[in-house]
Design a protein around this ligand. Sequence first.
Ligand code: NAP
Length: 242
Amino acid sequence: MADFTGKTVVVTGGSRGIGKSVAETFCEAGANVIVTFKNSIDGEYFDSKNIRHYKCDVSDSKQVQETIDAVLKEFKQIDILVNNAGITKDGLLMRMSEEDWDAVIQTNLKGMFNMTKAVTRGMMSRKYGKIVNITSIVGIIGNPGQANYVASKAGVIGFTKSVARELASRNINVNAVAPGFIETEMTGKLSDEVKQNYMNTIPMKKFGSGDDIAKAVMFLASDESSYITGQTLCVDGGIVMQ
Ligand code: NAP
């Protein structure tokens, strides 16, 4: 595992699921870790790991700026940003409400814009930064019943490429990780039938874990990947082979 001692990492949506695994892995690798969440967090658990936590709705640019200002006050700089916060509000297009469309785009896509913009200023002046955006393989291949979510995740891939091109000369790497089916609360609410349908598409015939995603994020956040930018790394047991 790469050593992240002295690095400061912000992980959005780190209260549970993939974000929690990413936060724990960075913590084990010596980093100062800050997680954000929207609704609730097991503060005692995170305090025991010495991981700071901030309540911050990523879709609200004011809250994001205030949070980043507070983090910078304490840690002086942010070296790594993992844009992980995300939600689903599934439904077939004909039944999808405008509210459900807007909520998913606001959180998954605008939230990434808000956070990246707030964090990038300091990275640019220091000429160092790693940004890892969590998209999804459905942003590449599509998925019926998830038009809002898929549009947001395809947007994340485009956003990643554009920002990677803008920031490459400042020594800031911007990449994306596209998980396949990972066992978290987000996928826990799916029916057994839907889960079995997913399983049938996975060449490795097993679901992934938060730890599988954390390892890919760590690689893209480390100096081991310093000549890689604008890429989307699928971590999916072989569903998407590009
Ligand atoms: P999860 O278990 O549902 O956790 C989502 C996290 O995002 C929570 O920490 C939640 O905070 C936070 N969050 C939600 N809305 C937020 C907002 N407006 N502002 C700040 N934080 C917010 O989800 P997960 O499965 O770990 O997914 C994490 C990321 O991976 C998402 O971007 C998801 O789209 C992506 N992904 C997941 C899978 C999968 O199979 N699980 C596959 C592909 C991609 P609260 O706890 O406070 O609500």
